[in-house]
Design a protein around this ligand. Structure first.
Ligand SMILES: Cc1cc2nc3c(=O)[nH]c(=O)nc-3n(C[C@H](O)[C@H](O)[C@H](O)COP(=O)(O)O)c2cc1C
Length: 134
């Protein structure tokens, strides 16, 4: 069964555009080769991520992510099996101007997250709204 983990974290303030581009490249390559789906959002202050895939793979990836010095203050709020996979692929977005992540995009993400169930959807929704603004 597939497993999902979602968290929000504080981005290391020293990260520059190149660091983020390199990170996103690495994430997209690894995840697409390991059938890991989900979403990664970056604002100047935060990361939001949802990773979904085979349970052992997701748990070991998350333990690497936890140790990564690109961020800290990781708050995990979803860690559960998923019956119906939520995503077809991996979406990585840099949200430099928070207003650019508009309501339509937000709805697109939250629609994917529906399958996690109402409690997780609510938690993820609140977090995404708080980093995405309105
Ligand atoms: C916010 C954030 C999200 C990350 N997400 C992923 C990811 O989805 N997939 C991935 O392979 N690496 C991801 N990484 C990178 C991992 O933390 C780690 O650098 C990578 O798995 C290589 O680990 P290693 O240096 O121990 O081999 C992420 C890093 C950060 C800071």
């Amino acid at each position: 069964m597939r497993h999902a983990i979602s968290y929000v974290s504080t981005a290391n303030p020293n990260l520059n555009e190149e660091d983020i581009a390199n990170l996103f490249k690495q994430v997209n390559e690894f995840n697409s080769h390991h059938n890991i789906t989900g979403v990664l959002l970056y604002t100047e202050t935060n990361f939001f991520q949802l990773i979904e895939g085979e349970e052992d793979e997701i748990k070991s990836l998350y333990s690497r992510i936890e140790k990564d010095s690109h961020h800290n203050n990781i708050i995990k709020f979803v860690d559960k099996p998923v019956v119906n996979p939520a995503f077809d692929g991996y979406i990585s977005r840099v949200v430099t101007d928070t207003s650019k992540l508009n309501r339509a995009n937000l709805k697109e993400y939250l629609h994917h997250i529906d399958v996690l169930g109402p409690a997780s959807r609510k938690a993820v929704g609140r977090v995404v709204e708080s980093i995405a603004g309105d």
